[in-house]
Design a protein around this ligand. Structure first.
Ligand code: PFF
Length: 456
């Protein structure tokens, strides 16, 4: 389908803030609220946080700038964008792999993402209904076990989240994504501030801060480093084309470095604020932070119940998490839907319905990983279906996508073309970015991957 120059078939963001809300909405999600605290718990606190922050600033930010720039130039879904750029730049069509792998990673991540997001809906509703009143630790665990032990309940909530996500995507870029994120993101930030204020008043604030910011370097090993890097990619939504497709809808007049810096700072701030807000609450409730993905739910229910006004705060917290998950899920679905519309000439509605159905079916694998397929006979090298999906997509595919994106942006596009598109006036800053993306980023991702996988 042909598109007039410098616009996209799907439309463009109507305002700068629309892109910001959508991109921050994509970045801020379960990765910040649910995964970051439990991975920090699993990997021993401050040392993990430090590597994560370094990866965010020196790898995530430059890759995000590259991704937005490529998307803005290509103006299509990631596959079509890479195809168009490869043609214009005289490069191999093989670079479309960035788009293909990204779409696959998107479907894989979304398939478990909607299930976890479903937990937040279940907890939100139970919290509103006052189910958690008078809960003790045993009741909190029993409640959790009852939820994940029931495939029917998990399927119900994962269906709800899949439908909500598909509904926004069906409505398109402006009436759907832009509209939804412009309402949801400010609400999310308001709720977050309330929660942090509350944690400061009632939680073990200092203990939480100490946990996050005391660096114990003996905890750093190749595996922790790989996880921290995977977490940085996951949390920023980079490496799979989600940010690229949002960049495709970005009008030329907006500054890419500025946009990327705002998105990265907002994401980092939310992860840290969540850590600062959650760890004190978790410590105050007597739980130990650890590796269990369900711990945060159990600890919080208990903690909220023991606190003044806890019912309201708990309800707000689950609402916040659900909103954050929803706006991220939207961005995981857009690359593949836009590809079907761009290259298969499908209507947005049918493309969305088809993709949502694929995601829903794949999501059953994660649903069953917590109940009927949770036993060791269902595991491969100690990981169940859900763990494999997460590990392969977040720790392998996103970083590999990051390497390819940076190599393409750094070496395969003429320097002047890149400089004009990314629009960095300051030559030193541009060269700083260029050499990060040419050498530092791909090399460090490569080394961390090899060490983390035990190859080096
Ligand atoms: N960044 C999201 C989070 O932190 O929860 C997850 C995510 C969204 C990852 C979009 C990748 C992506 F393309």
């Amino acid at each position: 389908m042909s598109v007039p120059a410098d616009t996209s078939l799907h439309g463009l963001w109507s305002k700068r803030t629309a892109f910001m809300f959508a991109a921050v909405g994509s970045a801020v999600g379960l990765g910040n609220i649910w995964k970051f605290p439990y991975m920090t718990g699993e990997s021993g606190g401050g040392a993990f946080v430090l590597i994560y922050l370094l990866c965010v600033i020196f790898i995530g930010l430059p890759v995000m700038m590259a991704e937005i720039t490529l998307g803005q130039r290509g103006r299509h879904s990631p596959v079509q964008t890479m195809r168009r750029l490869a043609t214009e730049d005289g490069n191999s069509q093989g670079w479309q792999i960035i788009g293909w792998m990204g779409m696959l990673a998107g479907v894989m991540i979304l398939s478990f993402y909607v299930v976890i997001a479903g937990w937040t809906v279940a907890y939100l509703i139970d919290s509103v209904r006052g189910v958690f009143d008078g809960f003790d630790a045993a009741a909190a665990s029993a409640h959790w076990e009852a939820l994940v032990g029931s495939p029917q309940r998990l399927i119900l909530w994962h269906t709800v989240m899949t439908v909500l996500t598909a509904w926004v995507i069906m409505r398109g870029v402006n009436r759907g994504i832009e509209h939804a994120t412009t309402i949801l993101m400010p609400s999310l930030f308001a709720l977050l501030l309330l929660l942090v204020g509350y944690a400061a008043l009632y939680g073990e604030f200092l203990q939480g801060l100490r946990y996050l910011f005391v660096f114990d370097f003996s905890q750093i090993n190749p595996d922790v480093t790989l996880k921290a890097m995977g977490q940085a990619f996951f949390s920023l939504s980079v490496g799979m084309g989600a940010i690229m497709v949002y960049g495709a809808y970005l009008p030329r007049k907006f500054s890419i470095p500025e946009a990327a810096t705002v998105v990265v700072s907002a994401d980092m701030m939310v992860a840290l604020l969540m850590g600062v807000a959650l760890f004190p609450i978790v410590f105050a409730s007597g739980f130990e932070p650890s590796a269990d993905p369900g711990l945060i739910f159990q600890a919080l229910v208990l903690a909220f119940d023991q606190m003044p006004g806890g019912w309201l705060i708990g309800t707000l917290f689950f609402a916040l998490t659900m909103i954050a998950a929803w706006t991220s899920a939207i961005s995981l679905l857009e690359p593949i839907v836009s590809w079907m519309v761009d290259s298969r000439n499908m209507r947005r509605c049918s493309a969305t319905a088809l993709c949502a159905a694929i995601v829903w079916v794949a999501g059953l694998g994660t649903v069953f990983s917590f109940n009927i397929a949770s036993g060791p006979e269902w595991q491969l090298y100690g990981k169940n279906f859900f763990h494999w999906m997460d590990y392969l997509a977040s720790n392998i595919m996103l970083p590999v996508g990051g390497i390819l994106i940076s190599l393409y942006a750094g070496w395969m596009v003429r320097r002047e073309v890149m400089q004009a598109q990314i629009n960095i006036d300051h030559t030193t800053v541009f060269y700083g970015w260029l050499w990060l993306i040419r050498v530092v980023v791909p090399l460090s991702i490569f080394l961390v991957l090899l060490r983390g996988l035990g190859i080096l």
